[in-house]
Design a protein. Structure first.
Length: 229
């Protein structure tokens, strides 16, 4: 009998990768379309894109590092509180664990037996899973890994519209940037859905729609300021 294929174990890194790449594509393409609409010279457009790509990647890295560090601090603090509670009142913690199992459909007598066995095997791990919803102890959230992955994903995503701005003729800048951005968003949406075992077309559609909205709005702002200035 074939085994079930599950993709939920990919959700954390896939979410971070898709977020970073999508942010890179949408941010840089919108920036480039906006300044091009404002009438900026081609060389300055590319320079602006390079600055935006650098700043965006570093911003993503810093944001992920700070947010994941905060998550790791909360996890560590909760685990420490649980460890102290297990030492100070193990009977209450055992009862709490049994009640949690019972609330999920385990018979009362069996819940006590299962809770006892789980406590004997790994008390802190059992409470981390059942009470805190943490599958694994401290160290699951890695700030440096998250920062590096987000910066890399942003850089790869943002490189697509930037390359379009580099190689496109001046008259076709906006069209080339937008077209490459839409293509990149389609690949990102479809690829992310495939890796997550989800429907492809809805994922592609939402990535493209929101990206086009962002580019269109920024182009309008650029056109407005370009006309005024």
């Amino acid at each position: 009998m074939p085994k079930e294929g599950h993709y939920i174990n990919r959700s954390n890194w896939l979410r971070a990768a898709v977020l970073g790449a999508n942010d890179g594509i949408v941010s840089i393409s919108s920036l480039l379309v906006g300044v091009t609409s404002a009438g900026m010279a081609s060389g300055d457009v590319v320079l602006t894109g390079c600055a935006g790509l650098t700043a965006g990647a570093l911003s993503m890295a810093a944001g992920e590092y700070v947010s994941v560090s905060a998550q790791a601090d909360v996890e560590a603090a909760d685990l420490e509180r649980e460890r102290i509670a297990l030492e100070e009142d193990p009977d209450y913690e055992l009862e709490e664990l049994a009640e949690g199992l019972e609330s999920r459909g385990v018979e009362a007598s069996l819940a006590v037996e299962v809770a006892t066995q789980m406590t004997d095997h790994d008390a802190l791990g059992a409470h981390a899973r059942e009470e805190l919803g943490m599958f694994g102890l401290a160290g699951q959230a890695n700030p440096l890994q998250a920062a590096g992955a987000s910066a890399l994903a942003f850089g790869v995503g943002g490189a697509f519209p930037l390359v379009a701005a580099l190689v496109a003729p001046t008259a076709a800048d906006i069209t080339a940037i937008a077209a490459i951005a839409v293509l990149a968003l389609m690949l990102l949406g479809g690829g992310g859905a495939k890796l997550g075992g989800a429907p492809v077309w809805p994922a592609m559609a939402r990535a493209v729609i929101w990206g086009v909205v962002a580019m269109a709005f920024t182009a309008g702002v650029g056109q407005l300021f370009g006309t005024v200035v």
